[in-house]
Design a protein around this ligand. Structure first.
Ligand code: NDP
Length: 450
């Protein structure tokens, strides 16, 4: 039976758009449907606008820091509406680019929701369309916790469109989003409380990073409530009274929950195509993006594995090449570097100290220092860098950093780790002086054995 398309991609986020464009480049008949916004979470309510807002926060801090360098900068007024409008213009520009890239690639575009009618037939905004193969790239959405008064809280999707900067903000969660928005709001001048149920933020990250991050957040004026959660929110006269599990009561103008994200699979009719999901609703896939239905594939956050934009892009590109091209590219998805754009940021690649130690003895090299800028600025901010090295092979298994420019530095180091660099390869590399990055090649003395 002839199909309308060789491949239909559901979801126009980073992964879906990359997959569709590469498939079109291979000469196949491809379509992509997006019901909400082109570019998906990353471009619209995630990585991109978040980073612009982190930059806004950093300008305010840099203005304070400049006093130590002789500048007589008067404290300025921060205009939230101007930031949101500027951010909106940039996101609008990027939406246009995403759509034009698809248009130019020869891909059919549908601004509509697509739902399975049967294994190969989709309802796309009221049209019945058929495809030989289908890719699920529908991403995820913020989870909404359930406690009395949860209706008075917002999630990250809302945070990018607030009319004003609230004066007092309570964040729930100790993950990427809570940590990043805490830095944004505190940097812009709000009073921020962060409530998280672990002893330290960022469960799963290296312990030294977690400890130093908590200290850096506190040094930045953020009030931390470890080992706690929100049990209720009551609203009275515009103020939100937040009750924590440890009995603390906080008054806030905004309560922001960032307790993880859920895959977008509800209502897609996956059962009509024989596509299996797990208990959390994520599409089950193998490492070739294959689902339980032979002609349906899934990439990115809808599979709820490594929920990072560049991973979704790599999966989408590799799938497109595998299905329609000469052969897949080889991406190193086993050692993906990641960054948390806290203030200051964290970046990390490879194994934590605990994970490495579980495999065998590991040499730990660790340094903490005041970065050059803050010798003069007077800001109480330290940088931490750490290498985790396999004692037997001397291969560097993990590199971790908290401090200014950490994401820019760790990206380069992730190449070295993917190449299997040893500690001795780091040692024979000549540094760039004066930088913070050079510390990674001058870590001479082992701190401890793990
Ligand atoms: P995370 O999964 O990173 O963190 C969720 C946090 O919420 C954890 O601290 C978790 O605690 C806590 N939590 C979960 N459920 C509850 C609950 N019922 N009550 C109280 N606390 C709870 O999710 P985020 O929402 O921060 O981010 C979602 C994902 O988006 C990230 O994991 C990441 O993949 C991606 N992302 C990536 C970014 C980047 O690359 N820079 C930036 C932003 C998001 P516990 O640890 O105890 O489970």
């Amino acid at each position: 039976m002839p199909y309308d398309f060789d491949l239909f991609v559901i979801g126009g986020g980073s992964g879906g758009v990359r997959c569709a464009r590469i498939v079109a480049g291979h000469g196949a008949r491809v379509a992509v449907a997006e019901e909400r916004f082109w570019g998906g979470t990353c471009v619209n309510v995630g990585c991109v606008p978040k980073k612009l807002m982190v930059m806004a926060a950093e300008y305010g801090l840099a203005a304070q820091d400049s006093h130590g360098f002789g500048w007589d900068t008067a404290p300025g007024r921060f205009d939230w509406a101007a930031l949101i409008a500027a951010k909106g213009r940039e996101i609008g520009r990027l939406n246009g680019i995403y759509r034009r890239l698809l248009d130019g690639s020869g891909c059919a575009i549908f601004d509509a929701r697509a739902v399975f009618l049967d294994a190969h037939t989709l309802d796309v905004g009221g049209q019945r369309l058929t495809a030989e193969r289908i890719v699920l790239a529908t991403g995820g959405r913020p989870a909404r916790p359930d406690f009395p008064g949860a209706a008075h809280t917002i999630v990250s999707d809302d945070a990018f469109f607030l009319p004003d900067l609230p004066r007092r903000i309570v964040l729930l969660g100790g993950g990427y989003i809570a940590v990043e928005f805490a830095g944004i709001f505190a940097g812009l001048g709000a009073e921020v409380d962060v409530v998280y149920r672990q002893p330290l933020p960022l469960r799963g990250f290296d312990e030294d990073l977690r400890t130093d991050l908590a200290q850096a957040m506190a040094a930045g004026g953020i009030r931390l409530h470890p080992g706690a959660t929100i049990v209720a929110v009551e609203e009275a006269g515009g103020t939100k009274r937040v009750t924590l599990s440890d009995g603390t009561a906080l008054d806030a103008d905004l309560v922001f929950t960032a307790t993880g994200r859920l895959p977008n699979t509800a209502g897609l009719g996956l059962e009509r195509a024989g596509v299996a999901t797990d208990a959390a609703g994520a599409v089950r896939v193998n490492d070739r993006a294959e689902t339980s239905a032979a002609h349906v594939f899934a990439i990115g956050d809808v599979t709820n594995r490594l929920n990072l934009t560049p991973v979704a892009i790599a999966e989408g590109h590799a799938l497109a090449d595998r299905l329609f091209g000469a052969g897949p590219r080889d991406w190193a998805l086993n050692a993906v570097a990641t960054a948390v754009f806290s203030v200051p940021p964290i970046a990390t690649v490879g194994l934590t100290e605990a994970a490495a130690a579980a495999r065998g003895p590991a040499d730990i090299y660790l340094t903490r220092f005041t970065p050059m800028r803050h010798a003069l600025s007077g800001r109480a901010r330290k940088t931490m860098m750490k290498l985790v090295v396999c004692q037997k092979t001397q291969r560097v298994l993990g590199a971790h950093m908290l401090g200014e420019d950490a994401p820019e530095i760790i990206q380069g180091l992730s190449i070295a780790l993917n190449c299997g660099a040893t500690k001795q390869d780091f040692d024979r590399t000549v540094g760039i002086h004066p930088t913070a990055a050079e510390e990674f090649v001058t870590l001479r003395t082992r701190t401890r054995v793990a």
